[in-house]
Design a binder for this molecule. Structure first.
Ligand SMILES: Cc1cc2nc3c(=O)[nH]c(=O)nc-3n(C[C@H](O)[C@H](O)[C@H](O)COP(=O)(O)OP(=O)(O)OC[C@H]3O[C@@H](n4cnc5c(N)ncnc54)[C@H](O)[C@@H]3O)c2cc1C
Length: 480
């Protein structure tokens, strides 16, 4: 009798969990994929800590439960909604109460214009630019309107998001809108981010030598509505008890699908063996046919050191930055918000420690029954890592003072929690896609080894799920 092929999935964040689920019988999440039978493969999942879910992590806080890391998932990626449906979690989904977001700029909270692509108005005409009047100077607005008169930007291999938008629509739009919005997600300036990897739709427009105005118009005509009925027109979603609902359910399914879960088992190294791979952990070695690394690039780099110094070097070259989140619980009656919105991002020019703040209790219905109002502030980005060297108390003091200046708060918080995320956010620099290509080529030359996860293919959870599905499809075809 033929032995079942063995697969080692290393790292149990959302990427590793989804990959292990798919390889042990989880349904295909995209039309092109096939679903293996539960016992087609012997799947081993290795996780360094005792927690499954990686950055998705919840904690009891006052009379509620908060997310210590990510708090929402993009619904416009079909694989994500498919996963939610296959896991039977539809009735656990929740959506933000408001679609409105704000920006702290020029000493006040301003509404962010609706219908933008990361700060770039989708319609560049006078009526849609009106909401920008309070944020930008007349010269900055006129500069934006001049885009159709400019020659094409040209098509070098890649360019930063900031550089491209500055060339097309002017520096002011980058400073006022694009940077604060991108910084809220990527914790770095738009001048540090690859256009092709961060905003591929805009890169297609650049390469077609169209104006942004014409390009966005054309792409919205061909846009298919991929949000299924379960998310309606909501761009983001969460679950009634936070994002751990998803990872807890995956863990439960993995047990049912006979995945061998090795918690508190860091993989030190992988080595070639006579029949495949040796996976080295502190206490024993495992011999498998195929390996998936779903660990952050700097950790993957150490794991592959012995099999390819070139691959290790490429992975080491992918940069990360650190951030911290400060979550406050105030008695509900102590908070008086000026407007119904999800929170605000901060313009860099304001020189604050806080880079963004989510008004969690106003954003998510799941906090309705709590006695407390939850506020969650972000701190630190690539250009301000100094703040993260300060103690929790110092950071709390700074953020609390800033929040009290921005919104009406009449008392001290009932509880505060600082969650530090060191080397947690990958930074996709210009040229990122070429690096990925190189990494993929090196993996291919080594045999059945795949590298996946947020270091390479998109930093959001939705991209991690889509990529886990894609990686699984590749492995199923390699081993079948
Ligand atoms: C503060 C913060 C807020 C965020 N907010 C959002 C948000 O709201 N929405 C969103 O979509 N995205 C958000 N993100 C991004 C998102 O959290 C990540 O991209 C995603 O969770 C990454 O998942 P992953 O599985 O690729 O990696 P991880 O979650 O990093 O998982 C990797 C796992 O590998 C394990 N590991 C590492 N080394 C080894 C080893 N040697 N052996 C075995 N195991 C190992 C780790 O312990 C970990 O469990 C946020 C990120 C941060 C830091």
């Amino acid at each position: 009798m033929n032995k079942k092929p063995k697969i080692a999935v290393i790292g149990a964040g959302i990427t590793g969990l989804t990959t292990a689920w798919r390889l042990s019988g989880g349904s295909a999440l995209s039309n092109s994929g096939s679903t293996p039978a539960k016992d087609d493969f012997e799947v081993h999942l290795f996780e360094a800590t005792s927690h499954l879910g990686g950055k998705i992590m919840g904690e009891d806080f006052c009379d509620t439960k908060i997310d210590l890391g990510p708090e929402s998932i993009l619904s416009r990626v079909p694989q994500t909604l498919n996963l939610v449906e296959k896991l039977g979690l539809n009735d656990q989904m929740i959506f933000p109460n408001s679609k409105k977001s704000l920006i702290w700029s020029k000493g006040k909270l301003n509404e962010l214009p609706k219908d933008t692509m990361m700060g770039i108005p989708r319609k560049i005409r006078i009526s849609s630019l009106l909401p920008l009047v309070s944020l930008m100077s007349p010269i900055g607005l006129i500069r934006m309107m001049m885009e159709p008169l400019l020659p094409p930007t040209g098509a070098p291999e890649d360019i930063s998001v900031g550089e491209f938008i500055k060339k097309r629509l002017g520096k002011e739009l980058v400073n006022v809108l694009v940077d604060p919005l991108l910084s809220g997600v990527y914790a770095c300036s738009s001048y540090d981010l690859s256009l092709a990897a961060t905003l591929p739709a805009l890169d297609v427009i650049r390469k077609s030598n169209r104006t942004i105005k014409a390009g966005i118009k054309a792409s919205s005509k061909t846009k298919t509505n991929i949000a299924t009925t379960i998310a309606g027109d909501n761009i983001f979603f969460s679950f009634k008890d936070g994002l751990s609902v998803l990872t807890d359910k995956l863990e439960q399914q993995l047990i049912e699908q006979d995945v061998v879960i090795h918690k508190q088992t860091p993989v030190y190294k992988v080595k070639k063996s006579s029949s495949g791979w040796e996976v080295k952990t502190p206490n024993e070695s495992f011999f498998v046919d195929s390996i998936v690394l779903a660990t952050p690039a700097w950790q993957s780099s150490q794991i592959v050191e012995d099999i390819s110094s070139e691959l290790a070097l490429e992975l080491k070259g992918l940069n990360y930055t650190s951030v911290a989140l400060v979550t406050f619980a105030y008695k509900k009656e102590a908070i008086n918000l000026p407007i119904k919105a999800n929170g605000f991002v901060v313009s860099k020019q304001e020189g604050l420690t806080t880079t963004a703040c989510t008004w969690s209790s106003q954003k998510w219905p799941r906090f309705d029954n709590s006695e407390y109002f939850i506020l969650r502030a972000s701190v630190g980005n690539k250009d301000n890592q100094e703040i993260l060297k300060q103690s929790d108390e110092e950071i709390i003091q700074k953020v609390q003072t800033e929040l009290e200046n921005i919104i009406s708060i009449s008392t001290i918080p009932a509880a505060v929690k600082v969650s530090r995320w060191n080397f947690a956010l990958p930074q996709y620099k210009p040229g990122h896609l070429s690096k990925i290509k190189k990494i993929e080529q090196l993996c291919q030359s080594l045999g059945k080894i795949s590298i996946t996860g947020s270091s390479l293919y998109g930093i959001g959870i939705a991209s991690c799920i889509a990529n886990a599905d894609k990686t699984s499809i590749k492995i199923i075809s390699q081993l079948s």
